[in-house]
Design a protein around this ligand. Structure first.
Ligand code: TRP
Length: 342
């Protein structure tokens, strides 16, 4: 069904950076992916090749890849509607990345802010070349599938921009090949902040674990963290990102989960205390995440079945990716490969 679809195509991925997705990954990305499945022909993948741009423990990486896949499915990715796969299962990603590396300027790659940020502490000297070429692999991930849209967080905007530049450059040099993809960046409300440090985005690498809500945490821990969230010295429940970032974050989490606009919530909490808001946020978060956690554990209990679903996704992805790569190889002047020779 996906191959013959006339719906516009979207593609996205999220790095399996931890043991669990967090609420920011879920509300900021996964929920939007799930919604997009009806209107778009959607492809979602786990970028395990991007993960090894920094050192990984092999057993842990394998585990995380499965856990991430299970959480995507438990969170609502329908493997019959959409294509869900693991990046390393589709060798065309690495193959196209090489070609794109060869049309990217060294200076151009050096201007990518993520590499600069990630090497700001340790220095570029100790970073891998893989980390440097990360954006070209990401461009390959995208361009192989000729998607119209790439739903990503604001932090990935520059990477999508590079993908567009490389697509245009290739098309110009070698003839029409790639679709120029657009970044679909969610509105501000979808951004979730750290509970202890509500001016920074919720992230694995942020402050301590107290600021983080993980999909796979025990619901009791989740409720406790929300109840200990940093607010401010006042008592008024109001939406103000500048002066009340903690309360604002809680309101936005609740609004995203309940579908109620923030101003409606603010009116409902008129005269109530922070404690009331926290209890309601904790209830809303736990009741949403608990079934996802349970379903994830169920999926992980049968890794062979999970691997089978991923193999099916990889086959669907390859059917698209192989066509694009063959076109690219031909256009750059590679000899056609022979079939089996006897
Ligand atoms: N760089 C993205 C992240 O860190 C993950 C990613 C890799 C991606 N390739 C992609 C996202 C292609 C969208 C499209 O989350």
């Amino acid at each position: 069904m996906t191959e013959t679809s006339t719906r516009p195509r979207v593609l996205s991925g999220m790095q399996p950076s931890g043991e669990s997705l967090h609420l920011g990954n879920y509300l900021g990305a996964l929920v939007n992916w799930v919604k997009s499945q009806d209107d778009y022909e959607a492809l979602f993948f786990i970028p395990d090749m991007h993960a090894i741009t920094v050192p990984q423990d092999p057993a842990e990486l394998r585990e995380r890849t499965r856990k991430t896949a299970a959480q995507y499915i438990a969170g609502g990715i329908d493997v019959h509607k959409s294509t869900l796969f693991v990046q390393s299962h589709v060798p065309e990603h690495a193959q196209l990345a090489w070609v794109l590396n060869c049309i990217t300027g060294f200076g151009e790659a050096s201007r990518m802010t993520q590499f600069k940020d990630k090497t700001a502490k340790g220095g570029a000297e100790s970073a891998s070349v893989g980390l440097f070429t990360y954006p070209m692999l990401m461009a390959a991930d995208i361009l192989l599938y000729r998607p119209h849209g790439v739903p990503v967080g604001d932090d990935q905007r520059q990477h999508v921009e590079l993908s567009r530049d490389l697509a245009k450059r290739f098309n110009h040099r070698f003839g029409e090949t790639f679709v120029i993809p657009e970044a679909f960046i969610p509105a501000e409300g979808a951004r979730i902040y750290d509970l202890q440090n509500p001016t920074s985005k919720m992230s694995k690498s942020a402050s301590g674990p107290g600021g983080l809500i993980n999909l796979m945490d025990d619901p009791k821990i989740t409720a406790k963290r929300i109840k200990s969230a940093v607010t401010d010295a006042e008592t008024v429940i109001a939406h103000d990102r500048e002066s009340k970032p903690g309360v604002t974050n809680l309101l936005e989490i609740l609004s995203t989960l309940t579908g109620k606009p923030v101003d409606v919530l603010v009116a409902e909490y008129d005269g109530k205390m922070y404690g009331h808001l926290k209890v309601d946020v904790a209830d809303a978060v736990v009741s949403r995440l608990e079934p996802i956690r349970a379903r994830t554990l169920e999926l992980l209990a049968d890794p062979a079945e999970l691997d089978r679903l991923l193999a099916h996704g990889a086959a669907k992805a390859r059917a698209i990716a192989a066509g694009t790569l063959a076109d690219v190889y031909d256009k750059v002047g590679f000899l056609p490969p022979l079939g089996p020779v006897d």
